[in-house]
Design a protein around this ligand. Sequence first.
Ligand code: SF4
Ligand code: SF4
Length: 486
Amino acid sequence: MGSRLQEATSRSDGVRSRARPKLSSVTNDVEAALYEVRRKIYPRSVHGKFASSRIALVILTQLIFYGLPWLSWNGRPAVLFELAQRKFYIFGLVFWPQDFIFLTALLVISAIALFLFTAIAGRLFCGYACPQTVYTEIFLWVERWIEGDHMKRARLDRQATDVRKVALKSATHAVWIAIALWTGFTFVGYFTPIHTLGVEALSWSLGQWETFWILFYAFATYGNAGWMREQVCKYMCPYARFQGVMVDSDTLVITYDRDRGEPRGSRSRSAAARAGGLGDCVNCNICVQVCPTGIDIRDGLQYECIGCGACIDGCNQVMDKMGYAPGLIRYSTENALKRGLGTSGIVRRILRVRTALYSVLFLAATAAFLTGLYLRSPIKVDVIRDRATLARETRDGLVENIFRLQIMNTGEVPRRFVVRATGLKDLAVAAKQPILVPAASTEAVVVALHVDPAVAKPGFHPIVLHVEDLDDPAIRADEKSKFYVR
Ligand code: SF4
Ligand code: SF4
């Protein structure tokens, strides 16, 4: 499967193999491919279960993306990445730079999930949830709504400029720009409270960086979904290039059943299946017309295929009209086609060494992440010894060491902490206690430790500083340090 995809990749790159080619002809071929002018694609709209699934996912992902910044939690935005304060709020959780490990774990889990789902069913993410697919779909809805179906849009682009064309194109671009600006505004709303951002935008008092990022994100959305479209998937997305190593002969991919479809040919609707020695493909090209990347899946698996399933829906409609069984183009595997496996055979092969390994890694990483999150302490303490004076004598003849404690309350309620120290006999803490640390804040306090020189020999002694919540002793942090006696 991987090699088929690689073959397809090189074929689609336009570098075709020939017997003993002359150097000049090879150079011309490569130059032609490199400078090939883009042929605009006007995907035909299609209905079916894959189109419905994509619409449902577009709506779901955008409800989440556009809605989350407006949600409130404990009187603040439910999701807010406050870069200046270096605090990330996600519902009831507050993450600090010290929690970077959780972000790393999330990235690892996402990567394993991508490997797992790609090994099972190919480019599911690309076809249904990738922002490029989602925004291209939304922009296409606008285009269809204003300019008409794929035929009308193609005709409009070909015709000479007149008032109607200018009006339709202006309307399309105006709606695209409005969506793009709203998307940029929402994106920045994850980093600045969106209500504040809204007030600033309405009063034309946005900060420089906020303005820059809103416009930058809007420009990227408008450019990628309005103009670049399938070119992002074909030429810019690295995932398309390395997916070949993530799939195998048992991966579900969108496949044309060549044995059933060939020889292809047009025929009357009343013709029986296989009449005249023809296969089930009526060569109507609907599968090509609905394809957002403009490829013909009948040529085999190609790296441009984003796995959206539009060709399945399109072909099934044709099969239905012809009275043939659906599934000439369907989700299948290379092994299923080769060995004639049915659904149960395909499902049985989902669990194989590769997917089992990914599943174990995925479950282990997720379990570790959730356990870490559950056990995460709402208090973090850093202890720094006063380096200027290692030890000094108090008026009472005790040895004194000074420590600077950085107490971080990562929770959303203020806490009162007390400090104890152990490790030396009668080790006493001299500090103003309890120490009040407001919610999601850090407090730096100076703590003096005293010990009777009669009970400690000269030198460094290991000690432990215990910082406890006065109201909930289960919330505590123990930090090791050293006490010096001259
Ligand atoms: S939509 Fe189906 S029948 Fe029509 S050309 Fe494509 S594969 Fe053949
Ligand atoms: S070949 Fe089919 S699944 Fe692949 S991108 Fe085109 S329409 Fe979508």
